[in-house]
Design a protein around this ligand. Structure first.
Ligand SMILES: [Zn+2]
Length: 100
C-alpha cells in the first residue's frame, strides 16, 4: 500500500488502485477536505479556500478491477490538498504507474 498525490483532473493509469490488476471500471471515492492545520489559514485566502472546500472537490473516479468494483470496495482514503488529491492506501502497482 502506498500514498500518492494526483491532480483533481489528472488522467489516471488503468491500473486498479486496490490490487494493481488491469482496471476495466472506475469507482467514485468521496474526497474529504484537508485535515485541520494542513492548509494555510490566513486572511482572505483562507476564506476563499474554505468556500472552495465547502463547494468541495466532491469525488474522484479511481480505476478499479472487476473485483474491487463489484465485490470488495478498495479501502482508499482521498483527501483534498490544494487542488490536488492525496490518495492513501493505493496499490504499489498504481503508485508505480503514476511514476511514484
Ligand atoms: Zn483490484
Amino acid at each position: 500500500m502506498a500514498d500518492v498525490v494526483v491532480a483533481m483532473s489528472a488522467s489516471l493509469p488503468r491500473t486498479c488502485v486496490g490490487c494493481g490488476r488491469p482496471a476495466r471500471w472506475t469507482r467514485r471515492v468521496r474526497v474529504l477536505g484537508p485535515s485541520s492545520g494542513y492548509a494555510p489559514m490566513v486572511g482572505e485566502f483562507a476564506i476563499d479556500n474554505l468556500e472552495r472546500m465547502a463547494r468541495g472537490p466532491g469525488a474522484i473516479r479511481l480505476p478499479v478491477c472487476g473485483w474491487h468494483r463489484w465485490v470488495v470496495p478498495p479501502a482508499i482514503a482521498a483527501e483534498a490538498a490544494g487542488g490536488r488529491v492525496r490518495l492513501s492506501g493505493v496499490s504499489a502497482e498504481f503508485a508505480a504507474a503514476l511514476g511514484h
